[in-house]
Design a protein around this ligand. Sequence first.
Ligand code: FES
Length: 142
Amino acid sequence: MRRRTFLSWAGVGWLMSRVPAGLTAFLAACTGRGNEQANAKRFETVGTIAELDAKGFLQTESPAPIVVIRSPSDPKTLIAVNSTCTHQGCLVGWSKERKSFVCPCHGAAFAADGTVQKEPAAKPLETYPVQIDGQNVQVKLG
Ligand code: FES
């Protein structure tokens, strides 16, 4: 087989190997199933309801620095925040007594919904959608 013929057939083979993946992506885009699957993948389990109720909060650094609490004003509602302080990046913790997220570095405090209560932080904590799936607490990352 001549070199030119071989390269032509190799190119056709490579192109044909891409057809199934391209067709799948095209069909997913047409039906919207790709978006549903992508959205479903973004919910990550960060703990269980039992752990949340035992400690009063869930805290994890993977897949992101997250703290989940029950809303002090409505315990049926869960709140998830990015625990990275917006001042200089220390990790805040939940204080049940103060009903605030408190930063150990420079004393900033944030309300349960992430809004700033006390400087030096100027921006609120990022919040995430949170849901209960069976016994698991899941957070949807942005
Ligand atoms: Fe949180 Fe400074 S890093 S108050």
